[in-house]
Design a protein around this ligand. Structure first.
Ligand SMILES: *[C@@H]1O[C@H](CO)[C@@H](O)[C@H](O)[C@H]1NC(C)=O
Ligand SMILES: *[C@@H]1O[C@H](CO)[C@@H](O)[C@H](O)[C@H]1NC(C)=O
Ligand SMILES: *[C@@H]1O[C@H](CO)[C@@H](O)[C@H](O)[C@H]1NC(C)=O
Ligand SMILES: *[C@@H]1O[C@H](CO)[C@@H](O)[C@H](O)[C@H]1NC(C)=O
Ligand SMILES: *[C@@H]1O[C@H](CO)[C@@H](O)[C@H](O)[C@H]1NC(C)=O
Length: 449
């Protein structure tokens, strides 16, 4: 899904590798990739491997999600569709050994960012003041920039936009569609759902469950459980153990590691912002826009897009006054902030994701959590479920991806193996090391005894 696409292409770019992310459809059609990825014939086999980390994740770039989920809204025709795979004769076709066109899922875990939101309240003050200053100081507006003269800053703060709510709803619908095979038993028809305690995250979980509910209601042979679904909310704050919003690591929050992301951005800024600032200042005499203000002005493009009531609306003018290559630089600039602020580029970034990964391991193995970082042993943590859904923030997700070893880093190349659409990836060095069996002959001599 969108987040993983975004993240993987972003990671690929950072390490300069030639690999790019795999489009969903390439992995066997919409909806099939994950199913196959997590697939092994037979939950009925003892010790069936829970292959799946359905790290389905959402939208830093909301458009991708929109595109992704739009596709699922058209119901499939017939039993053999690219979207659903070969679902005909389901009673027996699972039992056809290696000739079966089927895979079966055993487990899915969603880790989702909240939906698209307005700027944080702090940033709202920054944007408002910047716009006011530009309008106060600018003496004339060049063609193409006149909209700034009358522009009024009206964005909200902190909460999901209607667009963000809608895409969480669609994500829930999509998730139900994709993973419904895991949920056919009324007793286990709901995922165990957790949300970090900030309002927009809780609302995201609620909107997602509403979409999930709609999916269940439209396809289930029994009435779905009534809304609202239970959501375990874990408070956010200093000293609170919360694997979905980690504020427990002093060295990360206020120590030297806390400035690594900003430092990376500050270093990159002079490589792209000065020509943009010069162009803006030529078009807006008196505005005196600094290099550091360039990305702030660019921020207003995506914020206005996700605040727009319609995703089909024309792009806001804040988008069109910047060129394609300027957006490339902006994207890289933001990526640096995440990678070095929260991800593998930060000495303590992946450490922040360890608590959630240990919870994932517990869920995959049905064994109690073993963790000494950010989990809270007093909170309910049911095991034995087939589907779990967690909602949090992008910063923590970047740490989780780092802790899962999915971030790469150090410029080393990665090996990616696709097995039935499932991506198995690891660093080249680690991959070669792990091939001990093959490198040491693989027992070939036993063929000749
Ligand atoms: C298919 O399986 C269901 C139980 O899952 C059973 O009730 C039904 O009779 C089966 N249909 C056939 C044609 O075997
Ligand atoms: C999203 O959730 C919020 C809070 O529960 C609710 O007010 C809003 O109507 C929901 N939106 C959608 C599209 O479900
Ligand atoms: C752990 O969870 C319990 C139950 O919600 C709560 O009372 C306690 O404050 C939490 N402890 C920490 C350290 O977060
Ligand atoms: C332009 O802004 C910079 C700070 O970004 C300030 O130091 C400088 O004095 C300003 N120039 C004018 C002409 O206002
Ligand atoms: C919270 O996390 C700390 C480690 O950071 C751990 O020592 C403590 O036991 C945890 N608290 C609970 C209630 O699990």
């Amino acid at each position: 899904m969108a987040f993983s696409e975004t993240m993987s292409s972003l990671f690929a770019r950072l390490r300069g590798s030639r690999y790019s992310s795999l489009p969903e459809d390439e992995a066997g059609g919409q909806g099939q990739g994950h199913r196959e990825r997590q697939a092994v014939q037979g939950r009925r086999h003892k010790g069936a491997i829970k292959l799946g980390v359905g790290l389905v994740s959402l939208a830093i770039i909301a458009y991708l999600v929109w595109n992704t989920v739009n596709v699922v809204d058209h119901p499939p025709a017939g039993c053999d569709t690219p979207k659903d795979g070969f679902q005909c004769h389901a009673n027996t076709s699972h039992l056809w050994g290696q000739y079966s066109p089927f895979f079966s899922l055993t487990f899915a875990q969603l880790l989702s960012r909240h939906g698209a939101r307005d700027p944080t309240s702090f940033k709202s003050l920054v944007y408002r003041a910047l716009v006011a200053r530009i309008q106060a100081d600018t003496t004339s507006y060049a063609p193409g920039y006149a909209f700034l003269r009358t522009y009024r800053y009206t964005l909200g703060s902190d909460q999901l936009t209607p667009f963000g709510q809608a895409h969480m709803f669609r994500s829930g619908l999509h998730f139900h569609h994709r993973y419904r095979a895991l949920l056919h038993d009324p007793a286990t028809s709901l995922p165990f759902i957790r949300a970090s305690g900030q309002a927009r995250v809780i609302h995201s979980a609620q909107n997602w469950t509403a979409g999930f509910h709609a999916g269940l209601a439209s396809s289930s042979p029994y009435p779905p459980p009534p809304l609202p679904y239970p959501i375990l909310t874990i408070p956010e704050g200093p000293g609170v153990n919360n694997t979905l919003s980690v504020k427990l690591c002093p060295a990360f929050l206020t120590g030297p590691a806390s400035i690594v992301g900003d430092a990376a951005q500050t270093e990159f800024l002079p490589t792209f912002a000065p020509p943009i600032a010069a162009r803006l200042n030529a078009a807006l005499p008196g505005a005196n826009i600094s290099d550091a203000e360039v990305p702030l002005l660019m921020d207003l493009c995506p914020y206005h897009v996700v605040a727009s009531p319609s995703p089909d609306a024309p792009l806001p003018e804040f988008c069109t006054i910047f060129s394609y290559s300027e957006w490339q630089s902006y994207d890289y600039f933001q990526t640096l902030g995440k990678w070095f602020g929260f991800g593998p580029g930060n000495p303590l970034g992946p450490t922040q994701g360890v608590g959630w990964v240990n919870e994932l391991l517990a869920r995959l193995t049905d064994r109690p959590v073993r963790d000494g970082t950010s989990t809270n042993a007093s909170l309910p943590f049911p095991l034995g479920r087939r589907v779990y859904a967690d909602f949090g923030h992008d910063n923590e997700m970047v740490g989780v991806l780092g802790a899962l070893g999915l971030g790469g880093g150090g410029g080393e190349e990665w090996v990616r193996v696709l097995v039935n659409g499932r991506v198995m990836g690891c660093r080249l060095g680690r991959f070669v090391d792990s091939m001990k069996f093959a490198r040491e002959g693989g027992g070939w001599e036993r063929c000749f005894v």
